[in-house]
Design a protein around this ligand. Structure first.
Ligand code: UDP
Ligand code: MG
Length: 311
């Protein structure tokens, strides 16, 4: 008889002391009732400073199927997930938040879909009423802009919570980029995928680690990671502005030749100078964004550094 497949739950943890025990209790009771599957809990301690690691080590005494990767500092959720994917032993893996916003009840549903032959099972939030209006609105716009400007399209309202089969995990691990926009990467690698819906829960305890500024930067990263439309757009804006300038100069020239020199024109001159100056600065900013990304990527630094692996 062959042994049952192994499922790795990849759980990034950053200052989550209060929720870890709750998460483990709820999730373990669900996966224990699943038939014909083994489960390992792979916690990635992303440089917590609140004693989360001690809590994890403590829980490891009672639950034997826990492994802990302790990163050398806080590298961010994307890097923590990358570390998890590199060290997952399972035939399938599911990245899941520790705050119970990703309901563990969905795990058996996703595994069933995998058994039906899907390589990726996205968990899609159908109800985000637990998120603030601002967060929902900005998320909606982010997906719009991203999918309109990028070479790949990412499914709306799908977070990191999803099932990945071994071929997908290996494909993701083979990518060498150091700036990892995981939502984009999952889509970029392809494979046969399907979607299951769920309602987003409120955080079980603790606080969200993402503020507005962090999310804005995350969105910029997403948009510039998978396409060059923001760069190319300046060719078109430049062409339009040049065309307008050309027509304007003919008009002014004809006016001067027919009616003679007309001194007024201060306003139009100032507007033109400021407008073009502003447009140029925006264009340089966008260019800088890409140059900066190239610069960081060219250093080829590792995505994360592990201090210790506790098996
Ligand atoms: N997280 C992490 N590193 C970070 C920030 C967050 O590993 O720098 C983890 C966090 O512990 C949680 C998950 O990522 O398990 C989602 O974080 P959070 O709930 O704060 O995000 P939100 O649900 O508000 O988007
Ligand atoms: Mg959360």
């Amino acid at each position: 008889m062959t042994s049952p497949p192994l499922l790795t739950l990849i759980i990034p943890v950053y200052n989550e002391k209060e929720v870890i025990p709750v998460f483990l209790r709820e999730t373990a009771s669900i996966v224990d009732s699943m038939k014909n599957i083994d489960v390992e809990f792979l916690f990635i301690n992303d440089g917590s400073t609140d004693g989360s690691l001690a809590t994890l080590l403590d829980l490891k005494q009672t639950y034997e199927n826990i492994r802990i990767i302790d990163l050398s500092r806080n590298f961010g959720k994307e890097a923590a997930l990358s570390a998890g994917l590199h060290h997952a032993r399972g035939e399938i893996a599911i990245p899941i938040d520790v705050d119970l916003q990703d309901p563990p009840e969905l795990i058996p549903v996703m595994v069933d879909k995998w058994r039906e032959g899907y390589d990726v099972v996205h968990a899609r939030r159908i109800d985000r009423s637990s998120d603030s209006i601002a967060k929902r609105l900005t998320a909606k716009w982010f997906y719009r802009v991203h999918n309109a400007t990028s070479d790949i399209s990412i499914p709306q309202n799908v977070g990191d919570y999803r099932l990945l089969s071994r071929p997908v995990i290996d494909a993701i691990n083979s990518l060498s980029e150091t700036q990892r926009f995981m939502k984009g990467i999952y889509s970029w690698v392809g494979f046969k995928s399907t979607v299951v819906d769920y309602t987003r829960q409120k955080r079980a305890a603790g606080k969200s680690k993402f503020n507005g500024w962090k999310l804005w930067n995350y969105a910029l990263e997403g948009i510039t990671s998978f396409g060059t439309v923001p760069l190319r757009i300046w060719t078109y804006i430049g062409s339009i502005v040049a065309l307008i300038a050309f027509m304007l100069s003919i008009k002014v020239l004809v006016q001067v030749l027919i009616f003679g020199i007309d001194v007024p024109g201060y306003a139009s001159l100032l507007i033109a100078v400021c407008l073009i100056g502003g447009l140029q600065l925006i264009g340089i900013g966008v260019l800088g964004e890409y140059v900066g990304r190239t610069y960081i990527e060219s250093k080829n630094r590792p995505v994360f550094i592990i201090r210790n692996i506790i098996e």
